[in-house]
Design a protein around this ligand. Structure first.
Ligand code: FE2
Length: 214
């Protein structure tokens, strides 16, 4: 079994070559760990045509036990950790570990569909609209549309076109969540609500999502 190796923050480009390397090919149908079962199901999904509710249903019905999750339950100080589980051309799975009261920047998903399942603790999810923007200058004025708390086991769907949002740990406690992005989330915009600005951002990993980990 491959060792879980924390390699610090990695740019998506750093490992893009690796995931196409045949050495990382793996038969998930033969594997029995919860993550391997989930990945096996997800690799059979036609993400271009599948309903969001179908994909969310797979997440709801394929729980990850504490043992499976523990390998990715790695926190870093003063920010949330993005711990990659698995990635191919169609989707990626990321475990995010949220220190208490820590929230993400407001961001969108660059055209990817997003699915979030709360694994422990609770998350606050705040949805925004872009009221006014200028791509030339990066100006963006937002308004908060809705805010709700997601408790353990709940699944949230984030759809392109209505994906400006912020997520964070709620209730003064740490939280852990599983995120599915289809396609993988590499480059997207983040927003500063007070300064009314937006800028492009490239996602990074705290643990790289090798496919040979299961
Ligand atoms: Fe998001």
């Amino acid at each position: 079994m491959a060792q879980l190796v924390s390699v610090g923050a990695l740019r998506a480009d750093d490992y893009r070559m690796m995931i196409t390397d045949h050495r990382f090919a793996h038969d998930f149908k033969a594997a029995t760990s919860p993550f391997a079962r989930l990945i096996n199901l997800l690799t059979q999904v036609d993400f271009a045509n599948a309903e969001g509710s179908t994909i969310a249903g797979i997440l709801r019905e394929t729980p990850i036990d504490g043992t499976g999750l523990s390998r990715f339950k790695k926190f870093v100080p003063d920010r949330y950790a993005r711990n990659g589980v698995y990635r191919n051309e169609c989707f990626e799975l990321v475990v995010m570990c949220w220190p208490a009261n820590l929230r993400s920047p407001i961001h969108e998903h660059g055209g990817s569909r997003g699915f979030v399942r709360v694994e422990s603790g609770s998350l606050i999810a705040e949805n925004y609209s872009i009221v006014e923007s200028d791509p030339e200058t990066g100006f963006a004025r937002l308004s908060l549309d809705a805010s709700r708390t997601l408790t353990t086991g709940e699944v949230e769907i984030v759809v392109p076109g209505n994906d400006v949002h912020r997520v964070g740990a709620a209730g003064g406690e740490v939280a852990v969540s599983l995120h599915l992005y289809a396609r993988p989330l590499d480059t997207f915009f983040i927003f500063d609500e007070e300064r009314q600005t937006s800028r492009s951002h490239t996602s990074q990993y705290d643990i790289r999502p090798f496919a040979d980990r299961f």
